[in-house]
Every structure is written in C-alpha cells, then in structure tokens.
Design a protein around this ligand. Structure first.
Ligand code: ZN
Length: 260
C-alpha cells in the first residue's frame, strides 16, 4: 500500500453489486482507504468492512444532513471503541440546501455531540462542512465551535474533508492543528489551486469521497478509491514536486492523523 484514500464509502448501496471487485481494484492500485459512516447503520457496516480487510479502516458518525435523526450517544460511543475505528464523523455543518440550512440549530447540536465524543474517545474528527454557494458561513460557524472546544481540549484534531474553503478558511484550520483534505474536484476545476499551493505538504490529505465526485479522467462515472492516484498526481503538479515525494508525504500524513 502506497496511498491512502482518507474518505470513501464502500458502505453505501452504490457498491452493493461489486464491493469485493472494487476492493480488489483498490488493492491492485496500491491504495488503502478509510470507510466513512453517515449514520448508525452505515457506521456499523464500515466497521464490518474494515474487519474483513486489513487495508480498510472505519469512521463512525452522523452526517450533518441527517439532523432529523437523534444522535445515539451510547451506541456511537460503543462503536468508537472498535479497534479499526480511526475517527468520528463525518460530522459538521451543511448549509448547501435550504432545507438543511434552515435547521442550523439541530445541526449544531449534532455536531457538538460528535466533537464531545471525539474528545472523550481521543479520536480525530472527519469534518463535512459544505457552505452555501458564494459564502463561507458554514466554515465560519464550524470553526467558531471548534476553536471554542480546542481551548478546553488542546488535543482535539481532525481534517476538513472535501475542502471547498478559501485560503483564509484553510489558515484557521491549520492554526487549529487540523489537516485539509482535497478531493477529485482539484483535477477538473482551477478554483482550488491557490489553496493547494498554500497548504503545507505535511498538512494535506487526499481522498475520493467515492462513490461521489470522480476525478478526471473518470468524471461522470462512479468514483472508486483506486482513483485517488489522480488526486495525488494533481497535488504534485500544483506543488511542482516529484510524485514520489508527494505520495510518500500524504501517506505519512494519513498514518499520523489516524494513527494507522
Ligand atoms: Zn463522504
């Protein structure tokens, strides 16, 4: 294994037909992955998949758009103790759709419950922060909350998955000691090049978010962890560094943050 796709979803229905074959393709590409839960059921499935595969780890938590469901603190705390569980999430704030943005208060409660679980269990956070178009409010609200917890719990850490913020937002995450995860989007839009260039190489993670958001040249297809190689290539290109150097550093970053 040479690359870790730090955020993917083999636990979703899009992989029900060919999960084993897709895992085989990942292995052939020299990739391992972290399978992320979005609710209780998919968190349990992530643990099951991780248990069957030495190159897959699990993250347990509840997605911000799942704010209608109560967070089962007891069940999630028990899951967090699993030996293959490496973080809490994906959790955070999602203001992209009005029907979610209108329920900020519920989202904040759900987010705080998971930050508190991360602190109790000593695990990092897998953050899902999605702003409304042309705003950074979701990031600003999430950072205000994280900065508040960080004062009492200096060990709190994590990563901003599918980063869509600007340099100013990236800077606040870096100041908190968090990592920044770039997805396939960097392979087909230029908007993130300045941010990729800005974030130090030892604080960058690469991820697919498979089955979503396939990188070029696979756009429009179902995404797979094996395709994370395209994102690593793009980071190396933007940083103007040898692929080997970037690949090795991103691998070490994932191992350090998630204690793999
Ligand atoms: Zn995800």
């Amino acid at each position: 294994m040479k690359i870790i796709d730090t955020h993917s979803h083999y636990n979703l229905a899009q992989f029900d037909e060919d999960r084993e074959a897709a895992i085989g393709r990942m292995r052939e590409a020299g990739v391992g992955t972290i399978c992320v839960g979005i609710d209780l059921e998919t968190s349990k499935l992530a643990i099951e998949i991780a248990g069957d595969n030495a190159d897959i780890w699990a993250i347990v938590g509840q997605h911000p758009t799942e704010w209608k469901k109560e967070f089962d603190t007891v069940e999630f705390a028990a899951l967090a103790e699993g030996k293959n569980v490496v973080a809490i999430g994906e959790c955070g704030l999602d203001y992209f759709r009005p029907e979610d943005k209108d329920h900020k208060d519920e989202q904040v409660i759900l987010f705080r419950q998971q930050i508190e679980l991360a602190i109790e269990s000593g695990l990092p956070l897998m953050l899902h922060i999605r702003p409304e178009m042309h705003t950074m409010t979701a990031y600003e609200d999430a950072l205000d909350i994280l900065e508040e917890y960080k004062k009492a719990a200096p060990g709190l850490t994590g990563t901003a998955h599918f980063f869509a913020g600007d340099i100013r937002i990236a800077e606040r995450f870096l100041d908190l000691g968090f990592y920044i995860s770039f997805s396939g989007v960097v392979t087909f839009v230029k908007d993130y090049e300045a941010t990729v260039a800005f974030v130090p190489l030892d604080r960058i993670l690469s991820e697919t978010d498979a089955p979503f958001a396939a990188p070029a040249p696979y756009r429009g297809k179902r995404n797979e962890p094996a395709y994370v190689t395209e994102i690593v290539k793009k980071v190396a290109e933007i940083k103007d560094l040898p692929l080997e150097t970037v690949q090795e550093q991103l691998f070490n970053n994932a191992r350090t943050l998630f204690n793999l």
